[in-house]
Design a protein around this ligand. Structure first.
Ligand code: RET
Length: 293
């Protein structure tokens, strides 16, 4: 790609690296379909998750139900966005029978590929996900409104700065790194605050509920770290255009990473919060099975 880069850059400007790969080398059948399939898996899982959260809402005491409602909101917004992202992939590239590969599509229905939909979806989902845990745990020291405001502030700050940064992933690595670094500062603040919330939430609750809260922490930490990994994906195999990931491998790896992160941070996280709420409800004398039999 190095030899042709100036020409590609004139044609594609701030487009993300998926388009550079699609114009220069194209995608093999396997790479193209793996992305298409993993995007479909993503939105199908969100619909399945929605069903779960709706059906289990009465299994927990009323004061915990807001957690299920927020998971439902996250499922709907993620379902729509991932569907649009998947259509975007299909309209951006088309099969070329001479080369036997998929290249950037031309003509007036063609659209460049962009991950920006995801970032704007996170603007809804990140505050919801952070907010959600506050309906399940009881804070012992911090004030609920202060934690909530810090979550909103840093959540939005992290995503908006990352959204700007991702436009520079091919053409301006300095800007890409600076916006990414600012975003990371907000991210560390969120991690620190979440650790504090979980520590306080563990006080005075049954041991099995506390241990599920610990699992939520580890899930949270690992799943959320995957997003900056996906941001950096083109350079995971070396900085520069000839790195091992500045090609279809990196494109596939990025979409798989996003999908694992989405399923873990939205669906599994919501399920685990429902489990904690069920344990707390039971400890408080709310028994769904008895009430309904
Ligand atoms: C960005 C930019 C690069 C630096 C960092 C980032 C972090 C993103 C995160 C996103 C989480 C999204 C979730 C969505 C669920 O719907 C913006 C990629 C640190 C942590 C949980």
């Amino acid at each position: 790609m190095k030899e042709n880069f100036e020409k590609l850059r004139e044609q594609l400007g701030n487009a993300t690296f998926e388009n550079y790969v699609g114009l220069q080398d194209g995608y093999s059948e396997m790479a193209y379909q793996m992305v298409a399939h993993v995007l479909t898996l993503g939105y199908a899982t969100m619909l399945a998750g929605l069903l779960y959260f709706v059906l289990t809402i009465n299994w927990v005491a009323p004061k915990y139900r807001m957690s299920s409602i927020l998971s439902g909101v996250v499922m709907v917004s993620a379902f729509l966005l991932l569907y649009v992202q998947s259509v975007n992939w299909e309209t951006a590239f088309e099969f070329n029978t001479e080369e036997g590969r998929y290249f950037l599509a031309e003509g007036n229905r063609a659209d460049l590929f962009n991950n920006g939909y995801r970032y704007l979806n996170w603007l809804i989902d990140v505050p919801m996900l952070l907010f959600q845990i506050l309906f399940v745990i009881t804070l012992t020291k911090s004030s609920m409104s202060s934690v909530r405001n810090q979550f909103w502030f840093s959540g939005a700050g992290m995503i908006l700065t990352g959204y700007v940064g991702q436009y520079y992933e091919v053409t301006d690595l300095t800007n890409f790194a600076i916006w990414g670094a600012i975003s990371t500062v907000f991210f560390f603040h969120i991690l620190w605050l979440m650790r504090k919330v979980i520590n306080e939430g563990k006080e005075g609750i049954p041991a099995d509920a506390a241990s599920t809260l610990d699992s939520i922490w580890w899930l949270f930490l690992i799943a959320w770290m995957l997003y900056p990994g996906a941001y950096l994906m083109p350079y995971m195999g070396g900085i520069g255009l000839d790195g091992a990931f500045f090609n279809e491998t990196g494109v596939v790896a990025r979409q798989i990473t996003y999908t694992i992160a989405d399923v873990a941070s939205k669906v599994i996280y919501g399920v685990l919060l429902t489990v904690v709420a069920q344990k707390l409800s039971a400890a408080e004398g709310f028994d769904y099975v008895k009430n309904n039999s």
